[in-house]
Design a protein around this ligand. Sequence first.
Ligand SMILES: Cc1cc2nc3c(=O)[nH]c(=O)nc-3n(C[C@H](O)[C@H](O)[C@H](O)COP(=O)(O)O)c2cc1C
Length: 199
Amino acid sequence: MLSDVRVLVISGSSREGSFNRQLAAVAAGLAAQAGATVTTVDLRSLELPIYDEDLQSKGLPEGARRLVRLFAEHDALLLATPEYNGFPTPLLINALDWASVMPAADGQPSGSAAFGGTVAGLLSASPGAFGGLRSLLATRQFLQMNLGMLVVPEQFGLVRADQAFDAASALVDAAALAGVARVVDAVLRTARALKAVAR
Ligand SMILES: Cc1cc2nc3c(=O)[nH]c(=O)nc-3n(C[C@H](O)[C@H](O)[C@H](O)COP(=O)(O)O)c2cc1C
């Protein structure tokens, strides 16, 4: 088994008990089982203020630099984001906006260079009946069209997320686990194929 693929795992919600955090953790576990090196980043821990161009002109926050470094060090992204009014969360968009304006410095690539070519797989969890489908579509467009990531066609929206996990945060439904596994598998296969071509 190849073990050279590095995967960043991000949840668009950092709240205690977040369904998306739990879903991201399931995806992280599957990726690790499949031999990937996995890094989970908590967006709240980056302590990013709301993006403002005046703030940017005063200096870029260390959390944005950290996020760019993480993207530069990883081949792929597994992202689980909630849907807020049809869109991914402000927590996620704000973090990616900050990282996108980061210029290259001290041997670290710019944010846009670090994002470019990252293989991404999308997940969403919602207590509702549609599993965050609209946010999946908006996130796909954002990552692909604006940030230059390669988003795999497979995606998974977890419906009725408030009933989907057991006390150990495992998915109760085998079909739901298979849905996450399809996304993880597509991301790892694509990232590995691209790495093999680049060698
Ligand atoms: C401002 C706001 C808007 C929301 N809009 C939607 C929505 O459009 N579709 C949906 O399925 N759930 C929506 N929800 C409910 C979230 O799916 C729910 O709060 C979910 O638990 C958030 O994810 P988390 O558990 O990972 O924090 C919304 C919640 C908030 C706070």
